[in-house]
Ligand binder design. Structure first.
Ligand SMILES: Cc1cc2nc3c(=O)[nH]c(=O)nc-3n(C[C@H](O)[C@H](O)[C@H](O)COP(=O)(O)OP(=O)(O)OC[C@H]3O[C@@H](n4cnc5c(N)ncnc54)[C@H](O)[C@@H]3O)c2cc1C
Length: 419
């Protein structure tokens, strides 16, 4: 029975794992997180969290205000052409709605991670084990046991696989059917610069901004509360490389040189000033992989959440989907109805699959906006953009996806909402 849950084993101490542990602790459920790395990772650059992610980080994990103080708060992106013309705005936050609404937040992934881990370290109900490499899982009617490569074992009531794109827990659930991650065909070249390096084209230019150009989409956004540092990013089509090749591509500065060459003919500001100032050897490369749709996400006592279940091509919603999973899983685990764990996990899949599919479809539609275009195509695309924004009275509401409310979802049973 759900409320009989005493100890939840969580494999993966990235974003979803610590968020779930905190959320369960706030409902008096004990968990242990097992992370393969010996210490927190500094990698991951900066990420955007929409209102859907922030709602969970506030009402389930209780860390919203710490995050807000350490990131850049915004509600809209400005959309500009390569001639500096303002097309309109893309609405992503909903703080303007008042007390009920959350904005969007840009923050370093390492800061988000640190805040989650720090909050977890303050409660006895969250135990964190570093350098714990999962070897295998055994489950039966009494419980589930995780075996680690150092020979230790731990038994709990259920096990949640929050172990990301290269999930080992997925292999336990799917056996030989477990698919391997697929390269998305693009990479994101990105970096950080002081805001003083940016020359703005006109007085009405505002950050954050999407610059739609014939060379593709250029994105720039502050990452800190006082907007002193800007992140910039370019999405490029790319061949697949091995892990070492990706590292060389980044460290040698080749990735940044290719990105700069692609944008060489774009004179618009702040694209020009930012790319001219960017140090090629310091630029980063994110080569995203995704997971094909899985036939199932669970066994009787084991269930996947986050990237392990549904890593998507880059769309700014990867972590938000993981956080929404956390809220729904918490509500199911703490539901008062007498359902078996397997029934709860079935319900979890039934709720989350259509939501993930919807996000996947809308990000596929957005792909064309990021792509490089020839002169005729670009002329037509620019008019299409103008028409699109005119039709939407200058504000494109992108927040249908980011304002999804996990508390409006019917999870069945009598479930407590967030406190
Ligand atoms: C550069 C970059 C930029 C991004 N930008 C955005 C953005 O703007 N917005 C957004 O929403 N998302 C963004 N994402 C995606 C987002 O980071 C992921 O979707 C999110 O981290 C998923 O969380 P997760 O907990 O499921 O997986 P992860 O955060 O990847 O955590 C999985 C954890 O499991 C651990 N692990 C793996 N195998 C084992 C094992 N066998 N045993 C124990 N532990 C294991 C890993 O070390 C890792 O710590 C970005 C990602 C990157 C890399």
């Amino acid at each position: 029975m759900a409320m009989a849950s005493r100890h939840v084993l969580i494999i993966g101490g990235g974003l979803a794992g610590p968020c779930l542990a905190l959320s369960l602790a706030r409902r008096n459920i004990r968990s242990t997180i097992f992370e393969i790395r010996p210490q927190p990772s500094e990698s991951g650059g900066s990420i955007s969290l929409g209102p859907n992610a922030l709602q969970v980080l506030d009402r389930y994990a209780g860390v919203y205000y710490q995050l807000r103080a350490n990131g850049f708060v915004y509600n809209r992106f400005g959309a500009f052409t390569d001639g500096g013309e303002k097309l309109g705005e893309i609405s992503v936050g909903e703080e303007e709605k008042g007390d009920e609404g959350y904005p969007a937040l840009r923050i370093m992934r390492s800061t988000l991670h640190e805040v989650l881990l720090d909050a977890g370290s303050k409660t006895e109900l969250v135990d964190m084990r570093w350098a714990a490499r999962l070897a295998k899982i055994e489950e039966n009617e009494q419980g589930v046991t995780a075996h680690f490569e150092d020979g230790t074992t731990v038994t709990g009531d259920i096990l949640i696989g929050a172990d990301g794109i290269h999930s080992k827990v997925r292999e336990h659930i799917l056996g030989p059917e477990a698919p391997t991650p697929v390269f998305t065909g693009t990479c994101i070249v990105n970096g950080f610069l002081p805001a003083s390096a940016a020359i703005t084209p006109s007085p009405d230019f505002t950050f954050p901004a999407f610059m739609f150009t014939s060379s593709g989409l250029f994105m720039t956004i502050p990452i800190d509360a006082d907007a002193k540092t800007l992140a910039w990013g370019i999405t490029q089509t790319s061949k697949e490389r091995t892990r070492d090749e990706w590292r060389d591509f980044e460290l040698s500065g080749e990735a940044a040189r290719l990105a700069k060459a692609d944008f060489d003919q774009i004179r618009a500001q702040p694209v020009r000033s930012l790319l001219d100032s960017a140090d090629e050897s310091k630029a980063k490369v994110w080569a995203p992989y995704s997971i094909p749709e899985l036939p199932r996400w669970h066994t009787p006592r084991v269930c996947l959440i986050g990237d392990a279940a549904h890593a998507l091509p880059p769309n700014g919603q990867g972590s938000a989907m993981a956080f929404e999973d956390v809220a729904i899983m918490t509500r199911l685990i703490t539901s008062k109805e007498g359902r078996s764990f397997e029934q709860l996990f079935e319900r979890f899949e039934a709720i989350r699959r259509p939501r993930i599919k919807g996000i996947q479809e809308s990000s596929r539609k957005g792909e064309a906006m990021k792509a490089r275009t020839g002169p005729v195509g670009w002329y037509l695309k620019k008019w299409a953009f103008r028409g699109f924004f005119w039709w939407n009275s200058g504000v494109l509401k992108h927040n249908k996806e980011t304002t999804y409310d996990v508390e409006e979802v019917d999870v069945g049973g009598s479930t407590p909402l967030a406190q």
